[in-house]
Design a protein around this ligand. Structure first.
Ligand code: ADP
Ligand code: MG
Length: 673
């Protein structure tokens, strides 16, 4: 099975068809956060029916829904699991795809339902443990379990089990169905291993803080188990149709991010952007559910492709999967409108029918056997009946089978032909390589012993006119393999079938060298490293031993040519020397520049130190001044307080004095009298 894919219904996947069945939908109320001050409306649960009432008992018309289950706050996760999810887990082990997801507004209990707590483990933990427990009990089959954990955050798929594995694409193919490309899948053999992986994934999950739920999950997460099984000893069981059949099922446990109203959450910035993505993908999920709940003819196009979530869950929604939805509801009056929306979503989901089937991958032989068996069964059913139409159907099936057999044979023959061609080609390449090796190992000393034909080839390789024929590349270490490019070291032969990487040249990082190399000439790298600018010259012609002796005239000509050659080489050498001198003086200049720069650097470092010291001194002075100022302030405060005290005393004394003088006045009056 491919990574992160649902078993498709095509290719060699056989499916044992099951009747259509409705999606199971349950509603779960979380405990109220606080006592509602004065609720205008309250939810009432009667068996599996939910209705909205006025506090005094009058029901509000139009808000009355029925579901498979309604869980009030007294239901634990284990109870929810037993009633709603357990059957999906067993079906997944039997080869059916299964999906369970929690839907509802933020803080209504989705994550609590899926992940749970220490005391009340959630559906994922319970499901994982149950899978391994049931597998142990199934003695007649062998199992292989793989898990993956992904999140959809801001419409991008991230791998939660592989750090840095982000923005994964969703693909679809006839063979593999819909799959998330590049998602890590871990083969697991016990529940503890899975729980550890879940913890790792949880740590990578995106959390943010909104007013409504301090640790509100900001992404949709999909935990996925791929369960593969085959009969332990298929040949012994005697059922030919089951021989070589492998069952593959995918179990998705999904915790959706919560829908929310921005005004209520007080979100802004990144949170607001996340919220918009979440609401959009939930709206598309709602659209898909709406379409699927419509009857066949009105249904039309289903917009699965509008969001990553619906695309990944496509087989679970109206397709090949047993699906359960837990709609979580916050019971408080303040959330009534969101709760009503959740219940409407749930009641539409209730109308969706799926057609789950056991997914079996058959080998060609098993597929053929099963087809033959089916035809025979049909034949038997037909015996006694003279329905020509049915007879024709059988004939057509036989023809189809025959045709597909022929097609397979033809393909096998073609494959064989291709293989032979490839082997011949490989031989040819080896031969060519050997020839090149031989040519490369030839030195100028034994050049005379090679044939004239070989000599011609060798000479053209050293001819600098061939340099311009090759391609010119600008990125040295990113070069497509060219047929005309061969690089070889004279000391040690290395098989290079493409341009060597830059690292392979050690100290050779000269762009010009790369230009030359990539122009297609055969180059001796050792030689190039010593004299990078040396131009290759055609070799002087050599005389073969069996060729007739040259006359004096010819010898003089050769001598003349050699002398010219020598002159040319001398000129070259002179030019190189000059270049070398220029480069040496340039180098000295650069060295001087470097040392003056170093000096300037050390000076500015010293200055920096001085400025720092000054700065520190100033800071300490400032602190001292601050301290003095503080003390002065305290003195002033103290003085002020003493002053106030003294003023009060003065006032009191003055009052006393006044009173006394009044008294004295009154005492004086009788004396005068
Ligand atoms: P959501 O994932 O929908 O945003 P959470 O699952 O995080 O919401 O729940 C919000 C809060 O309510 C959490 O503190 C959680 O523990 C609590 N809670 C939710 N459902 C239940 C429940 N059935 N029983 C007890 N506490 C719950
Ligand atoms: Mg959550």
């Amino acid at each position: 099975m491919p990574l992160g894919s649902f078993p498709s219904e095509s290719g060699s996947l056989s499916s044992l068809a099951q009747p259509m069945e409705k999606i199971s939908v349950a509603v779960r109320f979380r405990p109220p956060a606080a006592v509602d001050p004065s609720p205008d409306r309250i939810w009432k649960v009667d068996d599996n029916r939910i209705s909205l009432h006025r506090p005094l008992g009058t029901p509000i018309s139009g808000v009355n829904f029925a579901f498979d289950y309604v869980f009030d706050p007294s239901y634990s996760n284990a109870m929810v699991y037993d009633l709603l999810i357990k059957s999906i887990i067993q079906a997944a082990i039997d080869g059916f795809n299964g999906t369970a997801f929690a839907y509802g507004q933020t803080s209504s209990g989705k994550t609590f339902t899926m992940n749970g707590s220490e005391e009340d483990p959630g559906i994922i933990t319970l499901g994982v443990k149950d899978v391994f427990r049931r597998i142990e009990m199934t003695t007649d089959r062998e199992f292989l379990i793989r898990v993956s954990y992904m999140e959809i955050y801001n419409e991008e798929i991230n791998d939660l089990l592989s750090f840095g594995n982000q923005k994964l694409p969703v693909h679809e193919s006839l063979e593999r169905g819909i799959y998330v490309s590049g998602l890590r899948e871990e083969i697991v053999n016990c529940s503890e291993q899975v729980i550890e992986l879940l913890k790792l994934g949880e740590a990578n999950r995106h959390f943010g803080e909104t007013n409504m739920n301090a640790r509100s999950s900001r992404s949709h997460t999909i935990f996925r188990m791929v369960i593969e099984s085959s009969a332990r000893d298929s040949m012994k069981c005697g059922d030919v149709s089951n021989a070589d059949a492998i069952r593959v099922s995918v179990l998705n446990l999904v915790d959706l991010a919560g829908s929310e109203r921005v005004a209520k959450t007080g979100a802004g910035g990144a949170r607001l952007r996340e919220g918009k993505h979440i609401n959009k993908s939930l709206m598309i999920l709602g659209n898909v559910i709406n379409k699927l709940s419509e009857s066949g003819k009105q249904r039309g196009h289903i917009p699965y492709r509008d969001s990553k979530l619906t695309r990944i869950l496509q087989p679970a929604l109206g397709g090949n999967s047993k699906t359960s939805i837990i709609c979580t509801v916050a019971p408080e009056e303040v959330h009534v409108e969101e709760s009503r929306g959740t219940l409407q979503f749930a009641s539409r989901a209730k109308r969706i029918t799926n057609c789950a089937q056991v997914n079996e991958i058959l080998t060609d032989a098993a597929l053929l056997k099963r087809q033959k068996q089916e035809i025979e069964e049909l034949r038997e059913k037909l015996q006694g009946s003279h329905s020509e139409v049915l007879e024709q159907v059988i004939l057509k099936q036989r023809n189809d089978m025959h045709k597909s057999e022929l097609e397979r044979e033809r393909l096998a023959m073609e494959l064989e032909k291709e293989r032979t061609k490839r082997a011949a080609l490989e031989l040819c390449i080896k031969d060519q390589q050997k020839k090149l090796e031989d040519l490369g190992s030839l030195s100028t000393s034994d050049y005379a012993s090679v044939s004239t034909q070989q000599k011609k080839g060798f000479a053209t390789m050293f001819d600098d006119t061939s340099v311009s024929k090759g391609e010119v590349l600008r990125t040295p270490n990113f070069k497509p393999v060219g047929d005309d490019f061969v690089a070889k070291r004279s000391s040690s032969f290395m098989e290079l079938d493409s341009s060597p990487s830059l690292e392979a040249f050690g100290n050779t990082d000269d762009e010009d060298l790369w230009m030359q190399l990539n122009k297609g000439c055969i180059t001796d790298l050792d030689m190039l490293q010593v004299t990078p600018d040396m131009k290759c010259r055609p070799l002087p012609s050599f005389r073969m031993p069996h060729e007739p002796a040259l006359d004096e005239d010819a010898t003089t000509k050769i001598c003349h040519a050699l002398a010219t050659e020598c002159d040319f080489n001398k000129q070259q050498l002179e030019a190189l020397r000059e270049k070398c001198t220029i480069m040496e003086s340039e180098c000295t200049l650069l060295k001087d520049k470097k040392s003056s720069l170093l000096e300037a650097l050390s000076l500015s470092k010293q200055e920096n130190k001085l400025i720092k010291a000054e700065n520190e001194e100033l800071v300490s002075k400032l602190n001292e001044e601050k301290q003095k100022f503080k003390e002065l302030k305290e003195d002033i405060q103290r003085f002020g307080m003493t002053f106030v005290g003294k003023t009060e005393l003065q006032v009191a004394l003055l009052t006393k004095l006044k009173a006394m003088s009044e008294k004295i006045k009154t005492l004086k009056v009788p004396c005068d009298v």
